[in-house]
Ligand binder design. Structure first.
Ligand SMILES: *Cc1c(COP(=O)(O)O)cnc(C)c1O
Length: 457
């Protein structure tokens, strides 16, 4: 895509998806009548705890567009939370899935294995940072993979403690709730949580007075040393750029200093690249930007073009530490998801999506950077590649303004642009479009956002 100029510029998103016109269209007010009907059924049938960002039901999606059941076409700046990086109906993924469904849908890799799983493991062993011997295990969700990374680190080190960071998000299962920082909505009322999880301060340049990476790491390591002790510590688990926590990019050197300390103390350094991985940041992994080599790397979300798949990849001697039968699951590395992952990886390579992520990022940074200059309510723009966010504050302060962020996101959505929020304070607007979005659609989405900022006092 990077070389071909304007991906998805064609009417039907030629090459990027099948038959969904690549233009924004509001056929009804949002939500339209069909969506309202479905929402009523949803309320009657689906647990209330499963919320939705928009009360709008999808019918089709491709390129940079999600089309709803009323014929509205929304510009997608969220990729279903960083999942459809290669497009929501990537033709290679769709073909691979179709072929695999016809061959077989499931045997359970732990009963009669199949090649696709092994091929995905080989790809991950090659693509992830570092040229040491590696192994991979496949799972279904990001949270499940994070849990397994902790199991592996504990088995390999014989230690129990796990350190995570302020603002961290690692999932919604019991162990990953303990690892996640934010109470509402992720943890409230769901305790007790798993023990032996400790929290350290993060590098957060917008909010820590611009501490440099090494100083921020010293601060975190001092807390870890005093409150946990290296000899009790199995793993440090960190998102190289925090996702749900607010797209927080740590100061340069922070991750490298943590990794070096882990190496010196026999602690497993785990990068949770569930949101940052698979071309999202303009490299295969966010760790690549700083030359940081994790001992274990956790992937999910963008790995398989929308199918549920996750992985732990890492040093062979760590990965091989758990006994046979200690890792796995009925569906882990499902053959259809594996076929989709191989096709997604092929697309990232063949369509130049690493370069495309950088282009998309440059376009977003330029537009959002102009907003920061112009509007004192936009405190910060940050991110890497096609993972960019702005932090909304009371004018000319760092005081979070979640109400305004929510109002802006809601207004943009009403105009047919899917905008997601995040952040511990709920005041961050994050942008992670599919890399198959055209420059024209992306620009239009950002124009809508601009106009919304102008219209909300
Ligand atoms: C989304 C996410 C998870 C959890 O993944 P699920 O597939 O939702 O379980 C874990 N870590 C990070 C960094 C994430 O963004």
């Amino acid at each position: 895509m990077g070389t071909s100029g304007t991906p998805g510029a064609a009417v039907d998103g030629g090459g990027v998806g099948v038959g969904v016109e690549q233009s924004r269209r509001l056929a009804t007010a949002l939500p339209g009548p069909r969506s309202r009907e479905l929402m009523t059924r949803k309320t009657g049938a689906v647990a209330a705890g499963v919320g939705t960002t928009m009360p709008v039901f999808a019918a089709r999606a491709a390129g940079g567009i999600v089309e709803d059941v009323d014929g509205n076409r929304l510009i997608d700046l969220g990729s279903g939370i960083a999942v459809t990086t290669v497009g929501a109906s990537n033709p290679r993924v769709a073909d691979a899935v179709r072929q695999q469904v016809e061959a077989f849908t499931h045997t359970c890799f732990m009963i009669t294995p199949y090649e696709g799983y092994v091929a995905v493991a080989e790809q991950l062993n090659t693509l992830t940072p570092g040229d040491h011997a590696k192994r991979t295990a496949l799972f279904n969700s990001g949270a499940e993979a994070v849990e397994n990374a902790v199991k592996i680190a504990r088995a390999a080190t014989g230690r129990q403690a796990v350190v995570v960071f302020d603002h961290a998000y690692h999932g919604r299962t019991n162990l990953t709730m303990a690892m996640t920082a934010k109470n509402l909505p992720y943890k409230h009322g769901f305790g007790p949580f798993a023990p032996e999880v400790y929290r350290a301060p993060l590098s957060y340049p917008f909010r820590d007075g611009g501490l440099d990476g090494e100083a921020a790491a010293r601060h975190a390591l001092d807390v870890i040393d005093k409150q946990v002790g290296a000899t009790n510590l199995a793993a440090i688990v960190v998102e190289p750029i925090q996702g749900e926590g607010g797209f927080i990019v740590p100061a340069p050197g922070f991750l490298a200093a943590l990794a070096a300390w882990c190496r010196a103390h026999g602690v497993v350094f785990v990068a949770d690249e569930v949101q940052t991985g698979f071309a999202r940041t303009g490299d295969w992994f966010a760790c690549d930007h700083e030359g940081v080599v994790p001992d274990l790397i956790v992937t999910a979300k963008g790995i398989a073009g929308g199918l549920p798949l996750s992985a732990v990849t890492g040093r062979a001697e760590l990965m091989d530490a758990p006994h046979a039968g200690g890792l796995g699951g009925t569906y882990g590395g499902n053959p259809i998801a594996c076929a989709a992952a191989l096709a997604a990886i092929e697309s990232i390579e063949a369509d130049g999506l690493l370069g495309r992520a950088r282009e998309v990022g440059a376009l977003m940074k330029a537009r959002l950077g102009a907003l920061v200059e112009r509007d004192p309510r936009v405190g910060d723009v940050r991110g890497r590649g096609a993972m960019v966010a702005i932090e909304i504050v009371r004018p000319d302060t760092t005081e979070p303004d979640a109400a305004l962020a929510g109002a802006i996101a809601a207004a943009a959505r009403a105009e047919g642009v899917i905008v997601l929020t995040c952040g511990t304070y709920g005041n961050v607007l994050r942008f992670l479009p599919p890399l198959t979005i055209s420059d024209a659609l992306l620009t239009e989405g950002l124009d809508v956002l601009d106009a919304v900022f102008g219209s909300i006092a």
